[in-house]
Write a protein that binds this ligand. Structure first.
Ligand code: TYM
Length: 314
């Protein structure tokens, strides 16, 4: 029997998840994962490109695993693991780094953006796409649900696969990104892409007060009385027809529309918040240990094949 297709994604534990992460990557994953052999990662080594506070990183790791479970991931139906628990990720990243060129990596958005802002990029940020390629290719992943900002990184993973396959023989499957229409770029409260680094987020598991504060801060540039950014965020929570009636009935009444949005966010998040609060640190440890064991076994098998191909096995 042909094996099930593989689905894999990962999120950085580098702060609290926002509704852009949820609609762009997590919800698509939750909607799809039971139909595939699925892998969900906590990409803690990627987070190390920006984080320097061990306590904050540890807390973010616990939090993100809770977030995964709270949004509906059943840990018994997915390999849920932490990147740093499976050393083959960094090992394979090195091999890919030896196959791609410096100018190629210099074209990566994450690196270019940092340099454009006049900031010094660390070598980890520069090599970041090859670690992500290793994350994906180690498990022969077919589909990667992500937001639009990760599209280029999946192209880089295909390039890494093809460079390796050309040099040493076909052992890597080229992955395909899955970017859902309408959620590829969730706007932040200032109308630009929602992003931790822009400080324009609505936290997914914020308290009601935090969510209220963020929503009340959404810019209200409008065309014909409809605040476009409020509407775009609201469209993630309610269907378009209902929303159009609501917005027509409240033309220019931005406060009422924002209050309706807060209620709609709360209706989705409140039950998740309850699940989230019921997960202990030990539950998280157990989930990650189980995931690391399974992922580690599969990664070790793949890495043996890689090592034999490149000629380091004697
Ligand atoms: P990260 O942690 O920055 O973001 C996690 C996921 O959230 C999506 N996302 C958005 N989607 C829509 N609208 C937005 N405003 C928005 N902001 C963030 C991102 O596209 C992403 O899917 N490099 C990755 C993590 C990673 C990974 C992987 C992903 C490492 N290895 C392997 C897939 C497969 C990252 O930094 O995502």
């Amino acid at each position: 029997m042909a094996h099930k297709q593989r689905l894999l994604t990962g999120l950085q534990p580098s702060g609290t998840l926002h509704i852009g992460n949820y609609f762009g990557a997590l919800k698509p994953f939750v909607d799809l994962y039971t139909e595939y052999e699925s892998y969900l990662m906590v990409v803690d080594y990627h987070a190390l490109t920006t984080m320097r506070d061990p306590e904050a990183l540890r807390a973010a790791i616990f939090n993100i695993v809770r977030d995964y479970i709270a949004v509906g991931v059943d840990p018994s139906r997915v390999v849920l693991f932490k990147q740093s628990d499976v050393p083959q990720h960094t090992e394979l990243a090195w091999i890919f780094e030896c196959l791609v060129t410096v100018p190629f990596l210099m074209q990566a958005h994450a690196y270019k953006d940092k340099v454009a802002k006049g900031l010094e990029a660390n070598a980890g940020l520069f090599n970041y796409p090859m670690l992500m390629a290793a994350d994906i290719l180690l498990y022969d992943t077919d589909i990667v649900p992500v937001g639009e900002d990760q599209r280029q990184h999946i192209e880089y993973a295909r390039e890494a696969a093809s460079k390796f396959n050309n040099a040493f023989g076909e052992i890597f499957t080229p992955p395909t990104e899955k970017i859902f229409e309408g959620v590829g770029v969730v706007p932040g409260i200032d109308g630009k892409k929602m992003s931790k680094s822009y400080g324009n987020t609505i936290p997914l598991f914020g308290t009601r007060e935090e969510i209220t504060k963020a929503v009340m801060g959404i810019v209200t540039d409008s065309t014909g009385g409809r605040p476009e950014t409020v509407y775009a965020i609201h469209a993630l929570f309610r269907d378009a027809q209902e929303l159009d009636v609501l917005y027509e009935n409240n033309t220019n009444n931005y406060k009422a529309l924002k209050e309706a949005l807060i209620e709609d966010i709360e209706a989705v998040v409140a039950p998740m918040r309850e699940v989230r609060n019921s997960i202990s640190d030990d539950d998280v440890r157990t989930i990650l240990a189980n995931g690391a064991a399974t992922a580690g076994e599969r990664a070790a098998e793949k890495m043996q094949e890689v090592k034999a191909r490149i000629g380091v096995t004697v």
